[in-house]
Write a protein that binds this ligand. Structure first.
Ligand SMILES: *Cc1c(COP(=O)(O)O)cnc(C)c1O
Ligand SMILES: [Zn+2]
Length: 443
């Protein structure tokens, strides 16, 4: 497709000034607020809603580089002026929208769907945004910009995605991880990609401070979600959901929130769909937090009158163990436009939500457990009704968190009673004994 399109960085508070997407800039030079990517909507309106739908549909499942990726299949809406040869892709997105019929009926819902975003190259939805960021880095390097490495602080999934995409592109990456606060798989991911991996005696917020300092000088590009290129990729979750529902909008979308880039990205996706006429209403957005790391929930309870960063406490939902979220202002703005709800889940609630869901064939991570526990609460509170269509965004693959599941099923999580725990049966290889155990179970 050869129509002229344009997108740029702009201050979220509306200061004047547009910055090209291939400029190394993260904050507004006038007021120090975050930037967001703006698209020239009038140029995008050169195609009507039906033409966009047809174009996007046409690309699904084809292997014309790079459009088979569900992020790049919507390139015009994501990052239009990037050279296709600089795209760094692992065929992101296009994940299953799973009809959770059995889980839904146990919870009293007719229409529950799990968007399985963790079914991706590095096992979390962070791939969606990282493909955009690393592609832009490749473009900037090809233009001669001085970028010696790309760095991020992470609770485990951002670093895995950064490491993999940089390894695909042959770009040096550096990751800052909080020691003992991520899963073993998440620690191994950057290591096996040969990335410089720091395991630091601090929490995520401490890693974040350090990486910002490192990137300020040193010609190192910052890959955290304060870099709003990532948001442009993450917003395709919303495009995929409505496309999978044949361009219908669900009633609720629930997503676990930590640094709060994703709740705003999902909002941004729905806004674009509406501005360009592909949908005519919004879902209600729900941000699900862990009780142990709930600064947004506290702010919500005060009607968003104030926001205070907190010291996040240890939670099983380690990827959202964040007390000082970078994107909080964007998130509050989004929740206000989407009749949003913030609810929280305790350690016991999130672990048992995973236990229950996995009995219906899912294989959830603890963060998806937070979202599912919040779903249960909103049903009990009457905010979500039996006939509502609900999408829970499953953010990572449960296979990254087998240490959590192992502890759950062996009853080893302090303060959590494992209501759905099962253990393997240890027996000698003896037919009679095995038969007896089977008959006991089938009774
Ligand atoms: C990053 C992440 C989140 C939260 O996204 P934010 O944009 O930080 O709010 C939730 N779940 C998982 C598994 C993640 O990796
Ligand atoms: Zn500004």
């Amino acid at each position: 497709m050869k129509i002229k399109l344009n997108a740029w960085f702009q201050c979220i508070k509306g200061c004047s000034g547009r910055h090209p997407l291939n400029e190394i800039i993260y904050k507004c030079p006038q007021c120090d607020e975050l930037l967001e990517v703006q698209h020239d909507i009038n140029l995008l309106k050169q195609l009507g809603p039906d033409e966009w739908k047809a174009l996007f549909n046409d690309r699904v499942g084809r292997h014309e580089w790079p459009y088979a990726s569900s992020v790049w299949g919507k390139k015009e809406w994501v990052c239009p002026n990037l050279d296709n040869k600089n795209v760094v892709s692992t065929l992101e997105g296009g994940t299953n929208l799973f009809w959770a019929e059995r889980l839904g009926s146990q919870l009293g819902l007719d229409d529950l769907w799990i968007k399985q975003c963790g079914m991706s190259h590095t096992g979390s939805f962070k791939d969606l945004g990282m493909t955009v960021l690393v592609s832009m880095v490749k473009q900037m390097i090809s233009e001669g910009k001085n970028i010696r490495a790309v760095a991020c602080a992470s609770t485990g999934d951002t670093s895995a995605a950064l490491a993999a995409y940089c390894a695909v592109a042959g770009i040096q990456a550096i990751v800052f991880l909080p020691k003992d606060k991520i899963s073993l798989t998440q620690l191994i991911q950057p290591i096996t990609h040969g990335v410089l991996t720091f395991s630091l005696d601090t929490d995520f917020d401490g890693c974040m401070k350090l990486v910002k300092q490192v990137c300020e000088k040193n010609d190192i590009y910052l890959a955290n979600s304060m870099n709003s290129l990532r948001i442009e990729g993450q917003k395709t979750i919303s495009f995929e959901i409505v496309e999978q529902f044949n361009w219908e909008v669900p009633d609720f979308v629930i997503v676990p929130g930590g640094n709060l880039g994703n709740i705003s990205a999902i909002g941004r996706g729905f806004e674009m769909l509406k501005e360009l006429g592909l949908i005519n209403k919004y879902p209600r957005l729900v941000c699900a937090q862990a009780e142990q790391a709930d600064p947004l929930y506290r702010s919500y309870m005060s009607g968003f009158e104030k926001f205070e960063a907190i010291q996040a406490k240890n939670t099983l939902a380690s990827a959202i163990q964040i007390g000082d979220p970078v994107s909080v202002k964007k998130a509050i703005k989004t929740l206000q436009s989407f009749d949003g709800i913030v609810e929280e889940a305790s350690e016991s609630e999130l672990a048992n939500a995973v236990g229950r869901a996995n009995l219906t064939g899912l294989f959830c991570c603890p963060h998806t457990g937070v979202a599912l526990a919040v779903l249960e609460k909103l049903i009990k509170q009457g905010k979500i009704k039996k006939n509502n269509r609900v999408v829970v965004v499953s953010t990572a693959n449960g296979l990254k968190f087998t240490d959590f599941l192992h502890n759950y099923h062996t009853g080893k999580i302090e303060g959590v009673s494992s209501d759905f725990a099962f253990a393997p049966v240890n027996l000698p290889a003896d037919y009679e004994k095995v038969k007896k155990a089977i008959l006991n179970t089938l009774e």
